[in-house]
Design a protein around this ligand. Structure first.
Ligand code: HPA
Length: 263
């Protein structure tokens, strides 16, 4: 089957774009079904998965992250480029900016966040010193430079449970803890990708300054508007990166853990 690249489209990125030999697959996994659009882009196997499902109907705390990541692995899409809309806590990172995230802080509360839930797989603790694939991040940085798209190389993503936005006090606390960005989806997505030995990189698109920094109350419409205004830039960045990914993995993501039980 060979290797392939997955694009996980977050808020505002709903379209597989320019793939050829397009085919929609409903992949059955031990956790439920995931829908992936498969195809090729300039001879490279690609898959597109809309994180919030068709029509953006699934809220962040109800996304079936385990089914999504399992499906990508099942399809051999071992390099994952994900997008996410985020708020910024950092005055140097502004609405409209891209951030190639390199760390996260987890404030989620009640999500299924692991493939290693005891049972046959036993007790597994996975190293998270390098949560995101450094090779894919470097490719994205190179693609951004080539396209003259400014992207911050590194940033700390704070993941909240949602679906509500944060209070200004929470945002101040997250800033003190070292956060740069806030969003609702990257945990457990990045965690499961690592547990599944996938390479995973996140392009965060800043849609707003976070609560208490922004002069106005936050709305989902505002997030959608900024994403729509930047959709063409994010798409060109992703597709250029897809072309630039070296076929051989030189990172350690592929050896993060042993094979998954049942996988
Ligand atoms: N908070 C949480 N998630 C978000 C935000 C925010 O300010 N903007 C876009 N996604």
């Amino acid at each position: 089957m060979g290797w392939g690249v997955a694009i996980v489209g977050g808020t505002g990125v709903y379209d597989a774009g320019v793939v050829e030999e397009r085919e929609e697959r409903a992949v059955r996994t031990p956790y439920g079904e995931a829908r992936v659009i498969l195809g090729t882009y300039r001879g490279i196997r690609v898959g597109f998965l809309a994180r919030h499902g068709p029509g953006h109907r699934v809220p962040p705390h109800r996304v079936n992250y385990r089914a999504n990541i399992w499906a990508l692995r099942e399809l051999g899409l071992v390099r994952v480029l994900a997008t996410a809309a985020v708020g910024s806590l950092n005055p140097d990172i502004k609405p409209g900016d891209f951030v190639l995230v390199d760390q996260f802080i987890d404030f989620t509360r009640r999500r299924e966040s692991t493939f290693f839930d005891g049972g046959e797989a036993g007790v597994v603790h996975v190293d998270f010193t390098e949560p995101y694939c450094p090779e894919l991040r470097a490719v994205l940085a190179r693609a951004a430079r080539e396209l003259a798209i400014e992207a911050h190389e590194g940033g700390v993503y704070v993941c909240t449970e949602g679906p509500r936005f944060e209070t200004p006090a929470e945002i101040r606390a997250f800033r003190l803890l070292g956060g740069d960005l806030v969003g609702m989806t990257n945990v457990p997505e990045v965690v499961l990708a690592r547990e599944a030995n996938l390479c995973y990189a996140l392009v965060a698109m800043v849609t707003n300054f976070a609560a208490g920094i922004s002069p106005t109350p936050l709305t989902h419409e505002e997030v959608l508007e900024v994403m729509a205004a930047n959709a063409a830039r994010i798409r060109s960045l992703l597709w250029r990166a897809v072309e630039m990914i070296p076929p051989e993995r030189r990172c350690r993501c592929g050896q993060a853990v042993g094979p998954l039980a049942g996988g």
